[in-house]
Write a protein that binds this ligand. Structure first.
Ligand SMILES: *Cc1c(COP(=O)(O)O)cnc(C)c1O
Length: 388
């Protein structure tokens, strides 16, 4: 197999005009935060119904700033899901607070809103939901709970750019919304992200947290002041230029991802015993197409066989509370059975807008032999263990 035949689980689509525009930025002499960042922010704001938006160097940075804006600090608690990229919980720890995990709904694989209220204590400051694979968390239930308990919400919408809840685009509603433009996300700036804010006053405070807390006096750094210990989270014009080249494709990317998801569902061999994701074409942006392997299949064997067949498969994500860092907070196996089951069996099949229909067919054709090998490896491990 040649390298060019390999089908990765995702790949960015960057058009030639964008590549040329990046060259222009590099030649312009202004390569870090400047006019491209301001233009990117303006276009994002227009997409989100006019809400203030600030570009950030990552969604991780956006969430760190969001927690600061919500005054989350030592002794506070933030309620979140165990099934996410570890950034979601790490930012809470870095703010000095405790991530309080609650289990997932096995249908959506997102935080189960029915379990949130029981996790609220006098120390709870915020809820940090994640739209896993681009399927939005139920915003109506989420904000009803947050409203009743006067909690802030920081939406980790890293994966849900272009998704919508009840016909309204993620980012255009709610409290603080953090979106990622990492290379693997639905639109990219290589690295980058943004934070959607409630009003201009909050956006100004966001700017302080974004860059060293430094405030100009009028137009000048002469007479500047620093009012808080901000971080270093600004986006470059080089990155913003890539993002600007992606935005016009967002709708078409989402349409294409939905088509690919439909094809996976239509042609998936249901006798293989895999658990398919929730079939949703109205709201999800199909950031990922994730199936759960049958009980007893060894995932690493499945992934290895798929790789040998020229197909990249991802694992997003092992349940976070089982990582050493979070066990140190007292979390244990068995705490969140749904998240543990999903986290131990999930695989992300190839899903990106430049995929051909025939690529889906190729993935599905490779599934049966790879699964057979994974199940055989599981059976062997069990008889081996029984014989010892
Ligand atoms: C990618 C991702 C992040 C982090 O985004 P960065 O831009 O890489 O910092 C956070 N949460 C989730 C759910 C993600 O998928």
């Amino acid at each position: 197999m040649t390298r060019s035949d390999f089908l990765p689980f995702t790949r960015p689509s960057i058009d030639e005009p964008t590549i040329a525009a990046v060259g222009e930025v590099l030649r312009s002499g202004w390569i870090t935060s400047g006019p491209k960042v301001r233009e990117f922010e303006a276009q994002l704001s227009a997409l989100f119904g006019g809400r203030p938006v600030r570009a950030m160097s990552s969604a991780t940075g956006a969430m760190e700033v969001a927690l600061a804006l919500c005054n989350v600090g030592a002794g506070d608690e933030v309620i979140t899901t165990p099934l996410s990229w570890v950034a979601t919980a790490n930012v809470v720890l870095r703010a000095g607070a405790r991530p309080v995990f609650v289990d997932c709904d096995p249908r959506t694989r997102n935080i189960d809103p029915a379990l949130i209220e029981a996790a609220i204590t006098p120390r709870t400051r915020a809820i940090l939901p994640v739209d896993l694979a681009g399927l939005p968390v139920d915003r109506d239930r989420l904000y009803a709970i947050a409203g009743a308990h006067k909690l802030r919400v920081i939406e980790d919408a890293a994966q849900s750019m272009g998704a919508n809840w009840a016909g309204r685009m993620v980012g255009s509603t709610g409290d603080l919304v953090s979106i990622s433009f990492h290379a693997n996300k639905n639109i990219t700036s290589a690295e980058g992200g943004c934070l959607v804010l409630n009003d201009e006053d909050e956006a100004r405070r966001c700017e302080l947290w974004r860059l060293q807390g430094a405030k100009k006096s009028g137009d000048s750094w002469d007479g500047m002041d620093v009012t808080l210990a901000g971080g270093k989270h600004n986006l470059t014009d080089v990155a913003a230029c890539i993002g600007l080249g992606q935005l016009p494709h967002l709708a078409a990317f989402t349409v294409r991802r939905r088509e690919l998801a439909r094809r996976y569902f239509a042609r998936f061999d249901r006798t293989l015993g895999c658990e398919l994701p929730l079939e949703d074409y109205a709201q999800s942006n199909w950031h990922m197409f994730q199936v759960l392997l049958p009980a007893g299949a060894v995932r690493s064997v499945f992934v290895g066989h798929m790789r040998d067949a020229g197909i990249g498969v991802g694992v997003h994500y092992p349940a976070m509370h089982l990582f050493t860092l979070f066990r140190q907070l007292g979390y244990r196996p068995g705490d969140f059975p749904h998240a543990e089951r999903i986290g131990s069996r999930t695989v992300s099949l190839p899903m990106f807008p430049a995929m051909a229909d025939s690529d889906v067919d190729r993935v599905l054709a490779a599934m049966a032999p790879a699964l057979a090998a994974a199940i055989a490896a599981g059976a062997e491990a069990r008889t081996g263990a029984a014989g010892r």
